[in-house]
Design a protein around this ligand. Structure first.
Ligand SMILES: [Zn+2]
Length: 386
């Protein structure tokens, strides 16, 4: 007897190359089987997914969900899980000074499965104000951005950061470097190497920063078009309107290109140019935080719908939000797939057709015709009440 069966839906599970009508059966917290016809009579609970799409639970590898610890964060159980994101990875909201509180207070009380990249800066992103529109109302945070690298090492404690990663390797999946100096980028590389973990780096300080990025590392905000006053220029993918050669080399080498949409980090123009030249993103993530959860990010299915509009196929956007991010953070044996034995994380969507306007981070708009709307979410075998 199964605890739960999802019947009659179209299952899209790129980890198994499946895009067809299948039924998915759950026992306890695990997927038990995925077959063409599992009778309703064999299950304690049946979810009819007729006319709907059934995906593995979504994995968002760039979020800010250390709620209560850093002012920029949102609650994953409000903004991630109900939208079909069963796993959210916090991208550097906390550094080593708060990582214990993050694990003990936030992760252990969350229904959403939470993991994190630990910020190379000991303080993480605590400078963000709790209210107001500005990124920060704290003056001290300017030290790190205006002092031209003079004080930035003071914000990093390599030994403690490495120790935190070693002690909590099941929750901390890597090191995060965020938009500060090249020197902190170098230190993030060093910490990742010593702790034998991966680096998630924001796509800034390029092309110089590329020397700190290796195969398996993640470059997030890949399609931003943002003037970085610290770097004194547009320090991402493009230089004078053309893609820097270093990015083609990195892509071939196996560096992961991640969307990390954010409030100021997704440009339609950059995305379209990059994709036309073969640089399709490997992973779709939101960079969800307090100031973009209304617009232009909203939630992961909304960003996935944007990437459909950008020309990715439905299989590609599901792969980029399930099996690929799971693999990127070393969790492919647990999440991101509906194979028997995997965590019973299942997200069910309706693909609505109509006319939709999708805005990037700079106010540019594109017209799309398809939108993913969440219908039901099963997390670790439990159906979320809606
Ligand atoms: Zn972020």
């Amino acid at each position: 007897m199964y605890d739960l069966v999802v019947r009659n839906g179209t299952v899209i599970d790129p980890s198994q190359g499946i895009n067809e009508k299948m039924d998915v059966a759950v026992i306890g917290t695990r997927i038990d089987s995925i077959e063409r016809n599992i009778p309703s009579s064999s299950a304690a609970r049946v979810i009819d997914a007729s006319g709907l799409l059934v995906f593995p639970g979504l994995v968002d590898i760039h979020t800010h969900v250390a709620a209560g610890l850093a002012g920029l964060c949102v609650e994953a159980d409000i903004h991630c899980l109900p939208k079909g994101v069963t796993t959210a990875v916090d991208a550097g909201s906390t550094g080593h000074l708060l990582h214990r509180a993050f694990i003990d207070r936030v992760v252990s009380n969350s229904k959403t499965r939470l993991l994190a990249f630990l910020n190379i800066e000991s303080l993480g992103m605590i400078e963000s104000a709790r209210t107001g529109k500005e990124w920060s109302s704290e003056r001290w945070a300017e030290l790190i951005t205006i002092s031209n690298g003079r004080y930035d090492e003071w914000f990093v404690n390599l030994e403690e950061t490495i120790a935190a990663i070693r002690e909590n390797s099941s929750a901390l999946v890597g090191i995060k470097w965020a938009h500060h100096t090249l020197n902190t980028f170098r230190l993030a590389r060093k910490a990742a190497d010593i702790a034998r973990t991966r680096l998630m780096a924001e796509n800034h300080q390029m092309p110089e920063g590329m020397k700190y990025v290796r195969k398996g590392d993640i470059l997030t905000h890949i399609f931003h078009n943002y003037y970085n006053r610290l770097a004194g220029g547009y320090d991402g993918l493009l230089e004078d309107g053309e893609i820097r050669q270093e990015f083609f080399t990195a892509y071939r080498k196996g560096v992961i290109f991640d969307i990390g949409h954010g409030r100021s980090s997704f440009s339609w123009d950059v995305a379209e140019k990059a994709m036309a030249e073969g640089l399709k993103p490997h992973t779709i993530s939101t960079d969800i935080w307090r100031e973009n959860v209304g617009s232009p990010v909203r939630n992961l299915p909304y960003v996935m719908s944007k990437m459909l509009c950008a020309g990715m196929s439905i299989e590609e956007i599901v792969a980029a939000s399930t099996v690929t991010p799971a693999r990127v953070i070393g969790m492919e044996r647990v999440i991101g797939s509906l194979k028997p034995g995997m965590a019973a994380d299942i997200s069910i969507f309706r693909l609505e057709t109509g006319r939709f306007i999708f805005e990037d981070s700079y106010g540019r708009k594109r017209k799309g015709s398809r939108m993913l709307r969440v219908k039901s979410v099963i997390s670790n075998g439990t159906l979320l009440s809606s």
